[in-house]
Design a protein around this ligand. Structure first.
Ligand code: AMP
Ligand code: MG
Length: 276
C-alpha cells in the first residue's frame, strides 16, 4: 500500500468495479487499520475535528493559502453527509459550500469553467464544491449534452485550470465517494420509505441510476486523466459512512499539516502593549 492511501497516481489504470467500496478490515491500510466497526471511529474523529479547527484558524490567520475540496460521486453517495460530518466543529465563517446544479442560462452562455472559477475560495478560506466543474465531463458526457469533440478537450482544460489555482496558493483535494450499485439501491429505497426524506429524492435520481455503467466509465476517465501531481484524486470507499468520514477527515488534516503554516508576526511589539 502506498504511503498515501486511496490516492490515484498519474498513470494508474482504474477499473472502478475492482476498487474497494466497503472497508474490509484486511484491506485497510495500516494507520486506519484499527477501525473495523462503527463505534471505533467516534473518538478519533472528534480528535481529528479538533485538529482541523486549529488548522483552519491557522489557515485563516496566515492567509497564504486557500483549500478547495471537491466532492463527486453518484446520487446518494454521501456528499451532503460528508460536508456535515467532516466539517463538524469548524468555524463556519471560514468555510463556504458551493453546489453545482444544472447550469443557468447565464452560466451556459460562458465557458464551462467560469462558474467554478468564480466560486473558488479566497486565501484563508476552505471552499467545498458539492459537485463541480467535473460534471461537465460526467453528466454532460453520459447524456451527450455537447459534442464529444468539445468534452474531450475539457480534461486538459481542467488540469490547466487546477494547475493555475495551485500555483496561485490554492490547495486542491478531490474526493470520489465510491459506493456500490447495491448500496445506492438501499439508500434510494430508504428515501422512498421515509416521508422525511422524500424531499431528497426525484424521478431523475431513479433515471440516472439506469446509466450507472456509463457513469462508471465517465468517472474512470476523470480519475485517470485528471489525477495530477498538483491536484490528485482520492477514491474513498463510501459504502460505510463512518469509514468515509474518518478517511476524508484524515486526508484533509494531513494535507493542511503539510503546508507547514505559521501564525503571522504581530505588526507591533506586543510586549509593549498593556490594557488599562
Ligand atoms: P443534486 O446534486 O442532487 O442537487 O443535483 C444537481 C443536478 O445538477 C445533478 O443531476 C447534476 O448532474 C446536475 N448538473 C450539475 N452540473 C451540471 C452541468 N454542468 N450540466 C448538466 N447538469 C449538471
Ligand atoms: Mg440528486
Amino acid at each position: 500500500m502506498s504511503s498515501q492511501p486511496f490516492i490515484v497516481k498519474p498513470g494508474d489504470n482504474i477499473t472502478l468495479s475492482n476498487v474497494e467500496q466497503d472497508c474490509k478490515p484486511e484491506r485497510i491500510p495500516d494507520y486506519t487499520g484499527t477501525f473495523q466497526k462503527k463505534g471505533e471511529t467516534k473518538k478519533p474523529l472528534k480528535k481529528l475535528n479538533k485538529r482541523l479547527l486549529k488548522l483552519q484558524e491557522l489557515l485563516y490567520a496566515e492567509s497564504k493559502h486557500a483549500l478547495l475540496i471537491i466532492l463527486q460521486g453518484m446520487d446518494t453517495c454521501g456528499k451532503d453527509g460528508t460536508i456535515r460530518k467532516v466539517m463538524a466543529g469548524i468555524n463556519v465563517q471560514g468555510c463556504e459550500v458551493v453546489n453545482f446544479k444544472v447550469p443557468s442560462s447565464d452560466e451556459i452562455a460562458r465557458d464551462f469553467l467560469w462558474r467554478a472559477h468564480k466560486a473558488v475560495p479566497k486565501k484563508g478560506m476552505i471552499g467545498i464544491f458539492n459537485r463541480s466543474h467535473y460534471e461537465d465531463v460526467l453528466v454532460v458526457r453520459v447524456h451527450d449534452l455537447v459534442d464529444e469533440s468539445v468534452w474531450k478537450k475539457r480534461y486538459q482544460q481542467i488540469n490547466d485550470f487546477e494547475k493555475m489555482l495551485v500555483e496561485n496558493g490554492t490547495v486542491v483535494l478531490k474526493f470520489f465517494l465510491h459506493i456500490s450499485k447495491d448500496e445506492q439501491k438501499e439508500r434510494l429505497e430508504s428515501r422512498i420509505n421515509d416521508p422525511t426524506k422524500h424531499w431528497k429524492i426525484t424521478e431523475a435520481d431513479i433515471r440516472e441510476r439506469s446509466y450507472w455503467d456509463d457513469y462508471m466509465q465517465a468517472y474512470e476517465s476523470v480519475l485517470q486523466k485528471c489525477t495530477t501531481q498538483w491536484a490528485p484524486w482520492y477514491i474513498i470507499p463510501a459504502n460505510r459512512k463512518w469509514y468515509r468520514n474518518i478517511v476524508i477527515t484524515e486526508r484533509i488534516v494531513e494535507t493542511l499539516e503539510k503546508l507547514d503554516m505559521n501564525y503571522p508576526k504581530p505588526n507591533s511589539d506586543v510586549s509593549t502593549l498593556y490594557v488599562d
